[in-house]
Design a protein around this ligand. Structure first.
Ligand code: PGA
Length: 250
C-alpha cells in the first residue's frame, strides 16, 4: 500500500511570518488527517523555522527544493545534503522543470544529486515532465522515460520508499491547464514500468508517483482516484492554508 503524499513546493515565495502563519494554519486544519502524509518544501532560508513548526508531526516531512551533490567545498551559493540533514530535512526536490529550464539542470546533474540524497538518507522527489511541443509531437513517453533513466540508472536503493517521482507536464505548471487524469495516469504507468526495468517489480510498486501542474482543491480528487497516482506536488495552491488544507483533505 502506498501512503498518499501531498507535497507543497513554495518555490521562491514566503517570508518568516507568512511561513509561520501558513504552517500553523495547515497543521490545525489537517490535524484529523491520519491516513496520508504531507511534505513542505520552503526556500532554504525558511527550513530552520519550518522544522521547528512541524517537529512532533511525524506525518509531515520537511523538504528542500534543491541540493548540491558534493558534501562541502568551494561552491558559492550551494547547499549540500549534510547541510539539509543538519536543518532537519527528510526530502529534497530534484530536477524541477524550472531548474532544468532556467538553471541548466540536466539528467546528469540530477543523477549526481539523487545519488547524494540517497547516500545521506534524504528522499529525493525527482521531477520529470514534457513540454507542450514534445506532447504534441507524441514524444511524452520518450522524454519522461529518458529523464527517469538518466537520473536513476545505477542508483542503489533497497526499497521504493527511498525515492518519490513527480510527473509534472511543463505546460501544466502554473498555467491553470492540467493534464486530464487519464493522461496523467497513462504516463504514470509508463513511469512505473520503467522503474520496474531500472530496479525491480517490487520496488516499482512501492515508489510513490506524484502528479504536479495546476493541482487545486477542485481537481485533486480526480487525480487521486487514478490507479497509479499516489499524491501531488503543488505550487501555487500550496501557498494558502485554505487551498492546501483542502487538497490534503481531498
Ligand atoms: P503549480 O506548480 O501547482 O503552481 O502548477 C507545481 C510545481 O511546479 O511543482
Amino acid at each position: 500500500m502506498r501512503t498518499p503524499l501531498l507535497a507543497a513546493n513554495w518555490k521562491m515565495n514566503m517570508g518568516r511570518q507568512a511561513a509561520h502563519d501558513l504552517v500553523n494554519g495547515l497543521l490545525k486544519e489537517t490535524s484529523e488527517v491520519k491516513d496520508r502524509e504531507m511534505a513542505i518544501c520552503p526556500p532554504f532560508h525558511l527550513l530552520a523555522d519550518v522544522e521547528k513548526l512541524v517537529a512532533g508531526h511525524p506525518h509531515v516531512y520537511l523538504g528542500a527544493q534543491d541540493l548540491h551533490w558534493e558534501d562541502s567545498g568551494a561552491y558559492t551559493g550551494e547547499v549540500s545534503a549534510p547541510m539539509l540533514l543538519d536543518v532537519g530535512c527528510q526530502m529534497v526536490i530534484i530536477g524541477h522543470s524550472e531548474r532544468r529550464a532556467m538553471f541548466g539542470e540536466t539528467d546528469e546533474t540530477c543523477s549526481k544529486k539523487v545519488a547524494a540524497a540517497i547516500s545521506h538518507k534524504l528522499i529525493p522527489i525527482l521531477c520529470v515532465g514534457e513540454s507542450l511541443e514534445e506532447r504534441e509531437a507524441g514524444k511524452t513517453a520518450d522524454v519522461v522515460t529518458t529523464q527517469l533513466r538518466g537520473a536513476l540508472t545505477g542508483q542503489q536503493i533497497e526499497k521504493g520508499s527511498q525515492i518519490v517521482i513527480a510527473y509534472e507536464p511543463i505546460w501544466a505548471i502554473g498555467t491553470g491547464r492540467t493534464a486530464t487524469p487519464e493522461m496523467a495516469n497513462e504516463t504514470m504507468q509508463i513511469l512505473r514500468k520503467t522503474l520496474e526495468e531500472i530496479f525491480s517489480a517490487e520496488i516499482a510498486q512501492e515508489v510513490r508517483l506524484l502528479y504536479g501542474g495546476s493541482v487545486k482543491p477542485t481537481n485533486i480528487a480526480e487525480f487521486m482516484a487514478c490507479s497509479d497516482i499516489d499524491g501531488a506536488l503543488v505550487g501555487g495552491a500550496s501557498l494558502k492554508v485554505d487551498s492546501f488544507a483542502k487538497i490534503v483533505q481531498y
